[in-house]
Design a protein. Structure first.
Length: 214
């Protein structure tokens, strides 16, 4: 029996090769590089906001853009941690950032309801649609990087990993396009800048689990 057991073990491990462990720092560097590439692509294609180019900063723009950046960072940290399953790991930290970012669409709803209905709906719709599509397009750069990272790991909750991947990429995509978008209106920001995050969350939850099965 011992010899048979040894032969069985040798047969099972004979073709195995060592795998380089995933490092948290490398994963974060990848996510930040993808977010930087998305931002540079938006600036190269559409240009930088005039006030940012002139060294001026609008308070609403700083707050809203900072919230999306914080959400992108927090969700990316969660995705990278989920790629390396560990007993007792906490994957809920991104929810706090999501709760803070959710204040933007809530504020947009309150302000929009307080305005004249016609005025609230007569905003620059074409520009809002551009924010949505370009922000979503920029999100795909981060989305691809995070999915590639997850495929190298072994996430034990593919559905949740897909959802958070979509949120991270959508937040970074919105941050990227916000560097160009000159609109500081809270209704515009709460509606059109939040929309790519929600859309990418649905895309991630739907598509990513099929791509990272192991």
């Amino acid at each position: 029996m011992p010899s048979d057991s040894n032969a069985l073990i040798a047969e099972l491990v004979g073709e195995l090769e060592p795998v380089k462990p995933l490092r948290f720092g490398t994963g974060m560097a990848l996510a930040l590089a993808a977010a930087g590439a998305a931002s540079l692509a938006v600036i190269a294609l559409f240009g930088l906001r005039p006030d940012l180019a002139a060294g001026r900063f609008d308070p609403m723009h700083l707050v809203s853009t900072g919230l999306f950046l914080g959400l992108g960072l927090a969700a990316s940290v969660t995705v990278i941690v989920m790629s390396r399953p560990l007993v007792g790991s906490d994957h809920s930290g991104w929810r706090w950032a999501a709760g803070m970012a959710a204040l933007l669409p809530l504020a947009a709803l309150i302000v929009g309801l307080s305005r004249d209905a016609g005025a609230a709906l007569a905003g620059p719709g074409d520009h809002g649609v551009q924010c949505f599509w370009v922000g979503g397009g920029a999100s795909l750069i981060v989305f691809g990087a995070l999915v590639w990272w997850l495929r190298r790991g072994a996430p034990t909750a593919p559905d949740r990993a897909g959802l958070v991947t979509g949120i991270a990429s959508g937040a970074f995509g919105t941050f990227a396009f916000a560097l160009h978008c000159p609109d500081n209106d809270i209704v515009h920001i709460g509606l059109w800048h939040s929309a790519p995050v929600l859309a990418m969350a649905v895309v991630g939850r739907t598509i990513v689990p099929r791509l990272i099965r192991w």
